[in-house]
Design a binder for this molecule. Structure first.
Ligand code: ARG
Length: 414
């Protein structure tokens, strides 16, 4: 019988999907569970897939590849969607899509399947990625296709003796991986309501424990990639895990915002991303020391575009290849050490050093040893201001925005 490879999380939707796909499409289901650092009991999940009727249940450890091929490039790019979201969920989707396609090829499957709804970004990311990598593969998205409510699904599960995961009936929809945790639904759909503490799992409340003393962490970067913590070399996965724990303890990385989804709706999102926020802040600080003003200014534009293409499911695009090449080029001197101070919800950069630093003490200092040519400033200002003076004289610009003199408004103090 032809088969389909299903991205299986072990949750209610994809558990019901194993049975539903078989019934509806008459395909054998191969369950594929990918570990991107989401802390689950993987053998139990695979076992559940088999019990429900999957002909095979594969588990792939995607953590190292996730960090190396997705997280680090996004960090080097400084990718933050709409100035807030470090893109954890969005970054894992192209990796999962790629593995779905690889397994489909290895197993000779005719289709792949995922558990996304028809309302979110994730369906777009999966479908666009799979269509790009393997246009011949059919895509089945049961949750988008069936019109079952959560209660219908539970009833369907009972009827077909599908062992549903021990559910604590959480009202939230959660997705997590090494780069962060995304929480939606429930009370969070009211944008006026403060997120209740229960939505947070990785971060301590910044205002509870005031006995917690601030701590410091030194992060060493090579070409924009973090390679050591406090002077000790650490591999990518443990480095991110360590920072999630450490910065999480200080309540760093809580994000609460209204986000523009690709499908046109605004949604209220809560994220926890202690390592991502700490590393993005540190990386940016190192760039401010090692990139020129013009490089930094242009990179801001690239960062925003890069974030947008990740968010919008265009990982496997030519635009991405082009921007990635640019970003790599910008990182050739982004090496050095950043010293961060963690305290009560904050991570502050308090020290930085780099062999390739463009900061020059003798140019910056106001003390003895100053090498800056103060007289040269006069000529510079004369030419810099020349077009403004010229225009002001011919087009009377200084009057714009004011009626009369500010002093006329009677605020003079005697
Ligand atoms: N809004 C985020 C994004 O589109 C997070 C999505 C979270 N997904 C979920 N199933 N809870 O990337």
């Amino acid at each position: 019988m032809p088969s389909v490879v299903l991205a299986y999380s072990g949750g209610l939707d994809t558990s019901v999907a194993i049975r539903w796909i078989k019934e509806k499409y008459d395909l054998d289901v191969i369950a594929l569970t990918i570990d991107v650092g989401n802390d689950r009991d993987l053998p139990a999940i695979a076992e559940r897939a088999r019990k429900i009727g999957a002909i095979k249940a594969l588990v792939v450890d995607g953590r190292a590849d996730f960090v190396r091929y997705f997280v680090w490039p996004a960090l080097q790019a400084g990718a933050i969607y709409e100035g807030q979201y470090p893109l954890a969920t969005a970054l894992a989707r192209p990796l999962i899509a790629r593995l779905l396609v690889e397994v489909a090829r290895a197993e000779g499957a005719v289709a792949v399947a995922h558990g996304c709804t028809g309302k979110g970004n994730d369906q777009v990311r999966f479908d666009v990625s799979v269509n790009t990598l393997a246009p011949d593969l059919k895509i089945i998205a049961p949750v988008r296709e069936w019109s079952m409510t959560r209660d219908n699904e539970i009833a369907y599960a009972a009827e077909h003796s599908i062992p549903i995961p021990v559910t604590n009936a959480s009202p939230y929809s959660v997705d997590q991986n090494l780069w962060g945790r995304s929480v939606e639904c429930g009370i969070l759909e009211d944008p006026w309501s403060e997120p209740p503490e229960e939505v947070y799992e990785w971060t301590a409340s910044p205002d509870t424990d005031d006995t917690l003393e601030p701590t410091y962490v030194e992060i060493t970067f090579e070409h924009g990639i973090p390679v050591a913590l406090n002077g000790e070399a650490v591999e990518g996965v443990p480095l991110v895990e360590t920072l999630n724990r450490l910065a999480g303890k200080y309540g760093v990385g809580r994000i609460d915002h209204i986000e523009n989804r690709l499908v046109g709706i605004k949604s209220r999102e809560v994220y926890e991303a202690p390592a991502a926020v700490t590393l993005l802040t540190a990386h940016q600080a190192l760039e401010s020391m090692t990139l020129s003003r013009d490089q930094a200014r242009f990179k801001e534009i690239v960062s925003a575009e890069y974030a947008r293409l990740i968010y919008n499911g265009q990982w496997y695009s030519a635009l991405h290849q082009d921007l990635a090449a640019y970003v790599q080029s910008t990182q050739r001197f982004v090496s050095g050490v950043i010293r961060m101070k963690l305290s009560h919800g904050h991570c502050a950069v308090v020290g930085r050093k780099s062999e390739h630093s463009l900061y020059s003490h003798s140019l910056a200092t106001y003390d003895t040893g100053d090498q800056f040519d103060h007289n040269a400033a006069l000529g510079f200002i004369k030419l810099w201001g020349l077009p403004l003076r010229t225009q002001a004289q011919t087009q009377l610009l200084p009057s714009v925005g004011f009626e009369g003199n500010l002093l006329d408004s009677g605020k003079t103090m005697s």
